[in-house]
Design a protein around this ligand. Sequence first.
Ligand code: HEM
Length: 141
Amino acid sequence: MKLWKLIGILACGSGLLACSSQPAPSLYQQLGGESGIAAITDGLLHHIEHDPLIVDHFRDTDIPRFRDLLAEQLCDLSGGPCVYSGATMEESHTGLNLTTRDFDRLVNHLISVMQQEGISYAAQNQLLALLAPMYPEVVRR
Ligand code: HEM
């Protein structure tokens, strides 16, 4: 075998080079697919439950339904095999009078959970970039 070919195979196999034969993983895959998104959603709910500054917003919420819709939305947004079936962000947050601080706290909880789950910074940032445009549909409605 030619030396350059051997070097190519070694570099590809060890991850030193991005190999063209393998498609880049989707954001959904980088988040861990269905089980990864379930863990992120459950972790986020756990953080919300223990955050006295935002938990009251959820006092009248059907939590299992909210959990399923959030997981479905994250799956859909990240390119997974789901179609979000819930209300629009504007519809579901109108009347809650959420503030920028509420939004920032929820996003910070999400970041902590993704960090705990070992999601790469690149994937974390991709998801945050998909959520950021929802700010005006969620806050002060
Ligand atoms: C980008 C940020 C956010 C996303 C992606 C998001 C996502 C969702 C989803 C998918 C639902 C369910 C919609 C439905 O009922 O059909 C929902 C509802 C809800 N969200 Fe958010 N949300 C965000 C920000 C926030 C923030 C910052 C708070 C408060 C701290 C919040 C509080 C709630 C509450 C209380 C409900 C349930 C309302 C009800 O009981 O009908 N959300 N959200």
